[in-house]
Design a binder for this molecule. Structure first.
Ligand SMILES: C[S@@+](CC[C@H](N)C(=O)[O-])C[C@H]1O[C@@H](n2cnc3c(N)ncnc32)[C@H](O)[C@@H]1O
Length: 239
């Protein structure tokens, strides 16, 4: 999908590449892939500003087509792009991102790698998945963290949503003891589909709670202009 979108981005008059997001309650949405490849000049202000919060050696987690890794390289950062998708890392390679890791944060932590900053752009705080998975994810980052390290992550708060598209999902989650904003999704493109996966659309206060005891603490969460949903969170290594 990202390979096709990258090719389309370089082809005049190419049809937009669309992904289908499917939720486990039957909701289906079609979304353009092009934003995952956009140059930094086309990003929303808050996403651009998020890069200013990074320092030193950066791990771009769920790097996708490498839009953030590319922008960071252009700013002179040492950056590694990590993703579970070989196609995504192929596009990163085509964009000149040489340091790439195929796998999960847990697998990468086991190699003894060290970073000053961890970036979760593109709503990738969702990769914390669930109340159970989030502390393990954050501990894996703590294991790779150099002294003074930070996590900069983009989150989506569905827990506090009063949107009828989200309320039934939230209520079902609360009855099951899950975080209200947890979602179960899969992505379809042409004739392929990912497995179903959990995606955590949590409120900043829930992020702060989940971080307790993992080696991280939430220091700031700033909502995008005119939004009560999308925010940039900064966590710092404790101690
Ligand atoms: C929504 S895209 C965001 C891409 C990029 N961060 C951006 O802002 O353009 C999410 C990416 O996360 C990757 N991904 C999904 N699950 C992952 C996991 N458990 N660990 C690492 N990457 C993952 C997907 O393959 C996809 O490339």
């Amino acid at each position: 999908m990202l390979r096709d979108a990258y090719l389309a981005a370089q082809t005049p008059d190419a049809a937009p590449v669309l992904q289908i997001m499917e939720r486990d309650d039957g909701l289906v949405k079609s979304l353009p892939v092009a934003p995952w490849l956009a140059p930094i000049e086309q990003w929303p202000d808050d996403e651009r500003r998020a890069l200013d919060l990074l320092k030193g050696k950066v791990l771009d987690i769920g790097a996708g087509g490498g839009r953030a890794a590319r922008a960071l390289l252009d700013r002179g950062f040492a950056v590694t792009a990590l993703d579970t998708s070989p196609g995504a890392l192929d596009v990163c390679g085509q964009r000149g991102i040489r340091s790439v890791v195929l796998g999960t944060v847990d697998e990468h932590a086991a190699t003894g790698a060290r970073y000053d900053s961890f970036l979760l752009m593109g709503a990738n705080l969702g990769l914390l998945e669930s109340r159970e998975r989030a502390p393990r994810f954050l501990r894996a980052l703590a294991a790779m963290a150099a002294p003074g390290a930070v996590i900069v992550g983009q989150g989506t708060n569905r827990t506090d949503s009063d949107d009828p598209e989200h309320l039934p999902n939230n209520e079902r989650n609360l009855r099951a003891g899950r975080i209200a904003g947890q979602r179960t999704l899969r992505i379809r493109y042409r004739d392929v589909a990912t497995s179903w996966f959990h995606y955590l659309c949590l409120a900043p206060r829930e992020l702060a709670d989940l971080a307790a005891g993992t080696g991280w603490e939430l220091v700031e969460a700033t909502y995008s202009k005119d939004s009560t949903v999308s925010y940039i969170a900064t966590l710092r290594l404790v101690g």
